[in-house]
Design a protein around this ligand. Structure first.
Ligand SMILES: NC(=O)c1ccc[n+]([C@@H]2O[C@H](COP(=O)([O-])OP(=O)(O)OC[C@H]3O[C@@H](n4cnc5c(N)ncnc54)[C@H](OP(=O)(O)O)[C@@H]3O)[C@@H](O)[C@H]2O)c1
Length: 232
């Protein structure tokens, strides 16, 4: 299937691209600066010729996303999955009294409005009904497990979970799978070196969800990368 991934240049996005290619999928790797791609992404291109398209995709740039959608439509591209992976973690250890609201605005722009812009413009390309929209969320967005910190991040991920629910009510009856996925605490630039989860392992679990290999209870909307229910 054709899988579009945002923020595919590093971290979980890169591992999702690698795992999807290994499994024989065609990958549209969304990056802000595809001309400055990492060595790891160049190696993937060399290893999977004709199976990987690097596309310019800054989730803050709605015009750019609209242009990408139009050009993919002209090519007759249909998507089997959209993975909204790109995100930022700002103001990590900042208390509410010190919080700079610009960090909140920036986080909403990328973590929530980004996936909304992508779905707004790319939804018509989604091959229904076996298609998937995967919004990469976080346990930090669980209302049940709210903690006093990571304000911009947690709030944007909780809002992203709401967007998932709204898309489910729009598309679920047509068979499109819409999920919020907590990928685990992973060893990436965001998660740091002491994180326990290998992002490739998380990517493999997310691909199992997209391929509908994982057993998933139909009422689960917010799951971890193994398909286990996360508390909303
Ligand atoms: N790491 C964890 O432990 C953890 C835990 C829970 C959830 N998550 C979630 O998992 C996902 C991936 O996280 P990660 O750990 O891989 O993060 P990461 O290492 O910080 O990578 C973030 C990715 O997002 C991209 N990005 C940032 N702003 C963008 C924009 N405006 N447009 C397009 N792409 C943009 C970055 O691209 P550039 O290279 O251009 O900056 C990069 O590819 C995120 O949704 C994150 O919230 C991560």
């Amino acid at each position: 299937m054709n899988i579009l991934i945002t923020g595919a240049g590093r971290g979980l996005g890169l591992e999702l691209a690698a795992e999807a290619l290994e499994r024989g999928h065609y990958v549209l790797a969304g990056m802000r600066e595809p001309q400055d791609k990492s060595e790891a992404m160049q190696a993937l291109e060399a290893a999977f010729p004709g199976k990987l398209a690097s596309v310019r995709l800054d989730v803050r740039d709605e015009d750019g996303i609209a242009e990408l959608a139009a050009s993919l439509k002209r090519e007759g591209m249909q998507l089997g999955a959209i993975v909204n992976n790109a995100a930022v973690l700002k103001a990590r250890d900042t208390g509410i009294e010190e919080l700079d609201m610009k960090d909140v605005e920036h986080s909403f722009d990328i973590n929530l409005y980004g996936p909304m812009r992508v779905v707004k413009h790319l939804l018509p390309l989604l091959l229904q009904p076996r298609a998937s929209i995967v919004n990469i969320s976080s346990e930090a967005g669980s209302l049940t497990h709210a903690y006093p910190g990571d304000y911009p991040y947690g709030i944007t991920k909780a809002a992203l979970n709401m967007f998932t629910e709204q898309l489910r009510s729009l598309l679920g009856a047509g068979g499109v799978q819409v999920l919020s996925v907590h990928p685990g605490w992973m060893r990436t630039d965001m998660g740091g070196e002491s994180a326990p989860t290998d992002p490739r392992r998380s990517a493999a679990g997310i691909l199992d969800l997209i391929e509908r290999k994982a057993e998933l209870h139909p009422k689960f909307h917010f799951v971890d990368y193994e398909g286990k229910e996360m508390p909303i």
